[in-house]
Design a protein around this ligand. Structure first.
Ligand SMILES: *Cc1c(COP(=O)(O)O)cnc(C)c1O
Length: 387
């Protein structure tokens, strides 16, 4: 019995041909026609005017935060239920995340909680928003489009921008998503960052992109990612990074972007089939959806209703022994060693959610017969006991 993996890249388009073209042309490094083409494709698909391709989503977040002025001892508001890279990028700036709990329905940063925190826990001094308890500047707000479902950016942007605080969106896995019909980089954030890591719907092997509408801001991001070099001479005007995407990565990325629509459609179809198959199970809830947003459905799976802490592990073990890869999801950041002392709101939602999440095989190439095998194994597990 072959094992059904959680996710594998689908590289059946022009990936190999474009890579061979890189080798033939000797354009393998961070300048090349595929990089330019990839940036244009990502900008177009994400609804932004400009895109800067970078070597990873984490590097993109770091460069974006730096471009927005985040620096030593600042705070950046980040939801606690996210991949640790969101907060690592903040820490790489010498800043610290201020970890907010998430909204129960969307698993995203709550605009209402954000507004309440800014209103009651900060003061404005010399035009800066200061976290009252620590005296540190709140330099940015980072929303995360968890699982590819866009956060309620209208309320998040209104709360932040009303106070002069810039907004960055970690849209790592959200390319292809929309909210109120608008693509994900057109929801009001100053900068929106994507990842093209191997486990994302669209991959470059590794890679990322920073997108936005402001040409000066995006030029600054580009400058920062290329060692802050001025012109062709070895003249640099600040401490920059070497964060550019290579033409090899972009070659794979261009081939992937050519199939963005079918790949995202496959992810949505897989999600819909799981949701339908488990709709009658009293023991589980579907992953979040919203009438306002169309998710990119990066991962699929279910949320256990039971708070029995051992249960998700038993489900995963049962699936594993049936040859099915099922996994847990992000552990909130306020529970992680590097961020245990970061400022943080009470976290009833993130703490209640994370242990109960089970992710299931959801590669865009997942065959219906294999998905049926996953569904049968899940139904068999829940038919056996009382939960
Ligand atoms: C994947 C991911 C990242 C990191 O992207 P890399 O390209 O792996 O550096 C950041 N945030 C979220 C939410 C992600 O899912």
């Amino acid at each position: 019995m072959t094992r059904i993996p959680l996710a594998v890249p689908d590289l059946t388009g022009n990936e190999a041909a474009y890579l061979a073209e890189c080798i033939r042309s000797t354009f393998v490094s961070s300048v090349g026609p595929f990089v330019d083409r990839f940036e244009a494709m990502v900008a177009q698909a994400s609804g932004a005017r400009h895109a800067v391709a970078v070597s990873s989503g984490t590097c993109g977040l770091h460069a974006a935060l730096t471009a927005l002025g985040v620096g030593r001892d600042d705070l950046v508001i980040v939801p606690s239920l996210t991949f640790i890279a969101s907060a690592n990028a903040v820490a790489h700036c010498g800043a610290s995340p201020w970890l907010l709990d998430v909204d129960e329905a969307s698993w995203n940063l709550s605009g209402e909680l954000l507004e309440a925190c800014l209103e009651h826990q900060t003061v404005t001094r010399a035009g800066q928003v200061i976290h009252a308890a620590s005296g540190r500047r709140v330099a940015a707000v980072m929303a995360v489009h968890t699982l590819g479902l866009p956060a309620a950016m209208e309320t998040i942007v209104a709360a932040a921008r009303g106070r002069g605080v810039p907004v960055i969106a970690d849209a790592a896995a959200a390319l292809g998503a929309t909210r109120h019909g608008r693509p994900v980089a057109a929801l009001g954030a100053d900068l929106t960052v994507f990842s093209f890591n191997g486990n994302k719907t669209i991959t470059c092997g590794g890679g990322g992109a920073v997108t936005g509408d402001d040409p000066e801001l995006l030029a600054l991001v580009r400058h920062l990612t290329t060692t802050a070099r001025l012109g062709a001479d070895y003249e640099h005007d600040r401490v920059g990074f070497n964060y550019r995407m290579t033409n090899l990565q972009a070659a794979v990325g261009c081939a992937q972007m050519e199939r963005l629509e079918p790949l995202v459609a496959a992810k949505r179809r897989i999600r819909a089939r799981y949701d339908q198959a488990f709709a009658g199970l009293p023991t589980v809830l579907p992953f979040p959806s919203s009438g306002a947003s169309e998710s990119a459905c990066w991962f699929s799976g279910f949320l256990m209703r039971s708070t029995d802490a051992g249960l998700p592990g038993r489900v995963r073990a049962a699936l594993l022994s049936a040859g099915i890869d099922a996994r847990p999801f992000w552990k909130p950041l306020h529970l992680q060693a590097p961020y245990r002392d970061a400022p943080c709101t009470p976290q009833p939602v993130s703490e209640a959610l994370w242990r109960r999440i089970v992710t299931l095989p959801c590669a865009s190439s997942l065959a219906e017969a294999d998905q049926d095998r996953v569904v049968s194994a899940v139904l068999a597990f829940f038919a056996e006991g009382e939960f």
